[in-house]
Design a protein around this ligand. Structure first.
Ligand code: ADP
Length: 496
């Protein structure tokens, strides 16, 4: 009889469930989108009940599609959109407010106040994060401040805080288990990544009672069993990790210096730094990769804000293409970009340039420039931006990169992957299964229930897929990079 691992992938736009067999092959998949609530400009919320109901529904649907029952499921692995903040009443199981989504900017002013006080240095040193509205801490403080009665109920111990993983574990276990894992805790801006405890000084500054925070457990760990109401038998929850960390695990980046890049709307790059807490000199975040085998491992994280969305812009705003996949044909139809660079700094520039006032440009235009060159330059910009983040990581860690593992929607583009390898000067490896996030959660869960003995056994399950070997000569690479950095300079306001 086949045994499966159920991966629950709760993302920003949808909730998915993937059934994997023990070799990491996809058996079935179900997915449901949820509403994005925009109460005012820059604010984004989700309905936590809708998320929970969708997640349960897709779990059941994927189980039917796999022709499986609870007894066939070895374990559940949960991975989730990170930082999104939910507060609920533990007596009723009802949220006291909508979930405040990671993208929501409503606490920017509070973050500015913390910075003005110099408290951001304390936050950086203890949590590895920059003080930003992106993380959960100030979102939770906002709910306590703005929901009538929330502060009193929190003081009485009646309301609980969790990231989406905690919410799902609590619901799935019928309110029995109130816990998160190290990777998610490290994104709250409330967790000390050195002492591995919720940080009293930060909690006090933000007015958050420790009693409302979940227990922090290893990422591969039996959190509890699902309540008998939900499936036709109980299933252990064996793995929990934030989406980017789960993808790092699902890509088998187990050794220090190994890195993955996920090419979606934006790009998320994580590099394993092992037991070293590397404080970046280039504006990268320090985060916990996972808790496993009685210890935690750390990672450096950097993101590119506009990656696949530059391709959407070519399609939806410029009308140059009909589908994202067509970009590959156009890009390979010309030998180069004829000196054209596109810098999609639509929302400013992130690591390592960090300039929120930068705006996008197309530069190097001549009579020779055609649509193909612009399309190619837009794809190349994804690789250049990733190059800049990955080089900053290598610089911060002092570890030369040997390879980058890739996943996400735009990693399907062979031209982009080859150009990425060329511009980095290291091989780019795309696995057979590019659902690395869900796979990572499944592997963590499988480890907890003893389906896999160790990481080495998991490495064997990850098919190498295709390897893109760099073939550009070094002089050309340096020329192109110099042109890119000149284009970056032109996006910055008040340049000299
Ligand atoms: P997300 O998880 O952020 O929604 P996905 O991993 O689903 O993103 O990837 C979707 C993104 O990838 C879109 O921005 C799309 O434009 C881009 N994309 C998808 N396929 C390709 C392709 N073949 N070439 C280039 N970009 C692509």
């Amino acid at each position: 009889m086949d045994k499966y691992i159920m991966a629950l992938d709760q993302g920003t736009t949808s909730s998915r469930c993937i059934f994997f067999d023990a070799d990491g092959r996809i058996i079935s998949l179900a997915q449901r989108e949820h509403r994005q609530v925009f109460p005012q400009a820059g604010w984004i919320e989700h309905d936590p009940m809708e998320i929970w109901h969708n997640q349960l529904a897709v779990a059941k649907e994927a189980m039917v599609k796999a022709d499986a029952c609870a007894a066939d499921v070895l374990a559940i692995g949960i991975t989730n959109q990170r930082e999104t903040t939910i507060v609920w009443d533990k007596r009723t199981g009802r949220p006291v407010h909508n979930a405040i989504v990671w993208q929501c900017r409503r606490t920017s002013d509070l973050c500015d106040t913390l910075k003005a006080e110099g408290f951001d240095d304390i936050i950086k040193a203890k949590t590895g994060l920059t003080t930003d509205a992106y993380f959960s801490g100030t979102k939770l403080a906002w709910i306590l401040e703005n929901v009538p009665g929330a502060r009193e109920e929190a003081a009485r111990g009646n309301i609980l805080f969790g990231t989406v993983d905690t919410w799902l574990v609590w619901q799935l276990t019928g309110g029995e288990v109130f816990a998160t894992d190290y990777s998610n805790a490290s994104r709250t801006m409330l967790f000390n990544i050195h002492t591995l405890c919720w940080d009293d000084e930060i909690l006090e500054r933000l007015g958050i009672p420790a009693a409302m925070l979940p227990e922090v457990l290893p990422s591969s760990h039996i959190f509890g069993n699902t309540h008998s109401d939900y499936f036709d038998g109980q299933i252990p929850i064996g793995g929990v990790a934030g989406d980017q960390q789960a993808a790092l695990f699902g890509q088998g980046c187990f050794e220090p210096g190994m890195a993955k890049n996920t090419y979606g709307t934006g790009c998320f790059t994580l590099m394993n730094t092992g037991d070293r807490v590397v404080q970046s000199q280039n504006g990268l975040l320090t985060t916990i990769a996972w808790g496993l085998d009685d210890k935690v491992e750390y990672a450096l994280e950097g993101s590119v804000f506009v990656a696949g969305s530059a391709v959407q812009w070519l399609r939806d705003n410029l009308g140059l293409i009909q589908t994202a996949a067509e970009t590959e044909t156009y890009a390979t139809g010309v030998a180069d970009t004829a000196g054209v660079y596109v810098v999609p700094a639509f929302v400013g520039l992130g690591a390592p340039h960090w300039n929120q006032h930068a705006r996008g440009i197309i530069t190097g235009l001549t009579h020779a420039a055609r649509k193909e060159h612009i399309i190619r330059a837009a794809l190349e910009s994804i690789a250049y931006q990733s190059h800049d983040v990955i080089s900053a990581m290598a610089c911060d860690t002092g570890v030369a990169l040997e390879q980058v593992r890739v996943d996400g929607g735009a990693s399907a583009n062979n031209f982009l992957m080859q150009f990425q390898a060329d511009i980095l000067g290291v091989p780019v490896q795309r696995p057979v299964v590019t659902e690395s996030t869900a796979l990572g959660a499944a592997f963590l869960a499988g480890l907890a229930v003893g389906e896999y003995k160790n990481k080495a056994e998991i490495t064997e399950k990850i098919g190498a897929g295709r390897i893109f070997v760099p073939s550009m000569d070094e002089k050309r690479r340096q020329q192109l990079l110099a042109g890119w950095h000149e284009a970056i300079r032109q996006t910055l306001p008040n340049r000299m």
